[in-house]
Design a protein around this ligand. Structure first.
Ligand SMILES: NC(=O)c1ccc[n+]([C@@H]2O[C@H](COP(=O)([O-])OP(=O)(O)OC[C@H]3O[C@@H](n4cnc5c(N)ncnc54)[C@H](OP(=O)(O)O)[C@@H]3O)[C@@H](O)[C@H]2O)c1
Length: 234
């Protein structure tokens, strides 16, 4: 039986590439997004994951066990075009709220609905795209306060969800993933300083991430890994 994979943010740069790879790998793919996608071979589901009732109704349509859920939503700029803060003086409550919604609350609200629905008697994976800059111990540069904090909070949620899931779903693996620096709308304004060869195409990053997901084991649950499968410290 093909593996069932749900991908959220499936219209984003990395989300689209991930959905395509999972289709190529033979998975049965449900591609969730707010705007809709056209990924050949995937079921296109249009839903705002912050609308709990609508999300629940869409998930209820999936009548096969879910093996894998990947959340590729997130943001670095808000609707007003504001980007990451260089100093604490630049902190803005609206921007901060947008970062916590996109990077922390959206994955959390998806997890709230899908984690309890995962099968208890077999391996399952929930992975949310985080970022290396969400590591507290690795923060030696400062700046990007809201984005960093929203990803650090996401990493904490992943840890908490992993602990809770281990009680009922012993084969479940809950992960944060750093995709590398990837050529998408999100990173475009910051690509100038990326060293040669370090800017991945979405397809490249998705390929690396798919391998990390493939190799993940129960002992990895609650942790964050980069595209190369290396653990990122909390
Ligand atoms: N690109 C990089 O270099 C890089 C590096 C480190 C980490 N990441 C992380 O990787 C993830 C994907 O990034 P990307 O580069 O693929 O960005 P992207 O192309 O801008 O895609 C972002 C996706 O998130 C969705 N999204 C944003 N805000 C949302 C909200 N409030 N509710 C629901 N969906 C929302 C977008 O959907 P809409 O079209 O509906 O807005 C879109 O599908 C993010 O979590 C990002 O932080 C990226």
């Amino acid at each position: 039986m093909p593996r069932t994979t749900l991908i959220f943010g499936a219209n984003g740069g990395i989300g689209t590439a991930l959905a395509q790879i999972f289709v190529e790998n033979g998975d049965q793919v449900w591609a969730f997004s707010r705007a809709g996608t056209r990924i050949a071979g995937a079921q296109n589901v249009v839903v705002d994951p912050m609308d709990g009732t609508a999300l629940k109704a869409q998930l209820a349509q999936i009548d096969v066990p879910i093996d894998q859920v990947v959340v590729a939503t997130g943001g670095l700029h808000d609707a007003a075009g504001r980007g990451p803060e260089k100093t604490l003086r630049a902190l803005d409550a609206d921007y901060m709220q947008a970062m916590f919604t996109a990077n922390t609350m959206v994955p959390a609200m998806i997890a709230r609905q899908v984690l309890p629905a995962l099968p208890r008697n077999r391996r399952s994976v929930f992975a949310a795209l985080s970022a290396r800059v969400g590591s507290i111990s690795d923060n030696h540069l400062g700046g990007w306060h809201s984005y960093r904090a929203s990803k650090a909070a996401l990493n904490m949620l992943i840890r908490g969800f992993a602990i809770e899931m281990a009680r009922t779903h012993p084969q479940h693996i809950c992960l944060g993933l750093h995709p590398g620096t990837v050529d998408t709308d999100l990173s475009r304004p910051f690509q100038a300083n990326v060293p040669e060869g370090k800017l991945f195409t979405p397809a490249q990053s998705a390929q690396y991430l798919a391998k990390v997901l493939e190799r993940a084991q129960a002992g990895d649950t609650g942790k964050c890994f980069d595209w190369a499968g290396k653990e990122i410290p909390a």
